[in-house]
Design a protein around this ligand. Structure first.
Ligand code: FE2
Length: 302
């Protein structure tokens, strides 16, 4: 209702620029242009528009400050509550999409997540990466391909996953062997690789901190559907970091960090029982795109 005096807030549309935001912008402009100044201006403009829309009370403002303070208190060398916050808001996934877009036909990139380790020794093709043998056996066979469907011989395929209880080896070093459910394979001359493992279970992100409490108050879940992480690198191609998800997981449509894409859903198909034990198989193609100018080929944040 621009220009009309119809109440105490004659202009409360969400895109209204507050006097404070205008003055902030004026002061910044006087200091010259930089990427930091542009980011500060956009952030302050967005924040003021949000405040104009929500009109928080003083108590609500203090609650927001307390929440952010608590997020900081929960973050340490072993746990990054800020990253968790960015993840559950879809921010991490969006930034990954913006920085690592892939052409049609290439496997989409995703965040690596917090459990990647770069120090896994090379494992021979066909190895069993379940170093404690616990869980339902899973045979994985795949090919690393270029956009034309040609195999990329000698590609490096790193893999890591949670166990049958949804826990990673580095989350519980006293309960799982070193490098359990991690491998580093070199594809054969046709780009093929295969290994044995166990079926991963989905897991729930940490619920005990402020982010978990916020999600609970919103009635939103923290589940991640079962998946296996891959990182594939080959000379002259952009490194692919991705997840392959079990499409039958009930949580497939509500991944808490927005990593699921149709191309990343696969069938973990049941095989005839092996000596009375359940067994399944996963077949997949991982398609890399050629290195493009201005791209490092490595995945962003983690
Ligand atoms: Fe994961």
């Amino acid at each position: 209702m621009h220009g009309q005096h119809d109440g105490p807030h004659e202009d409360d549309s969400a895109d209204a620029v507050s006097a404070q935001a205008k003055e902030f912008s004026r002061r910044l402009t006087a200091m010259g242009q930089s990427r930091l100044a542009a980011a500060a201006q956009a952030t302050v403009g967005g924040l003021h528009a949000l405040i104009a829309e929500l009109r928080p009370s003083g108590d609500e403002f203090r609650l927001a400050i307390d929440f952010l303070t608590e997020v900081g208190h929960y973050a340490d060398a072993r746990r990054q509550e800020w990253v968790l916050f960015a993840d559950v808001l879809g921010v991490s996934s969006l930034i990954e999409d913006q920085n690592n877009p892939r052409p049609a036909g290439a496997t989409p990139n995703t965040v690596a997540g917090p459990f990647y380790r770069s120090d896994v020794p090379e494992t021979p093709l066909g190895a069993n990466i379940s170093r404690d043998g616990k869980g339902e056996a899973l045979d994985v066979a795949g090919r690393v391909l270029d956009l034309d469907g040609h195999g990329l011989g000698g590609a490096t395929v790193e893999v890591w996953q949670a166990n049958s209880e949804g826990r990673y080896e580095n989350q519980e070093p006293d309960r799982q062997p070193e490098f359990n459910l991690r491998g580093r394979f070199r594809a054969d001359a046709q780009g093929r690789f295969h290994f044995r493992t166990v079926k991963p279970k989905g897991y729930t992100l940490p619920a005990d901190g402020p982010v978990g409490q916020l999600m609970s108050a919103l009635g939103l879940g923290l589940e991640r559907p079962a998946h296996i992480h891959f990182r594939v690198s080959a000379e002259g191609f952009e490194t692919l970091t991705t997840h392959i998800f079990d499409q039958s997981d009930p949580a497939i449509g509500r991944d808490a960090i927005f990593g699921v894409k149709p191309e990343l859903m696969a069938e973990f198909r049941a095989l005839p029982p092996d000596g009375g034990k359940r067994k399944c198989a996963l077949d997949l193609n991982l398609v890399l795109c050629p290195q493009r100018q201005g791209k490092t080929g490595t995945s962003g944040r983690r």
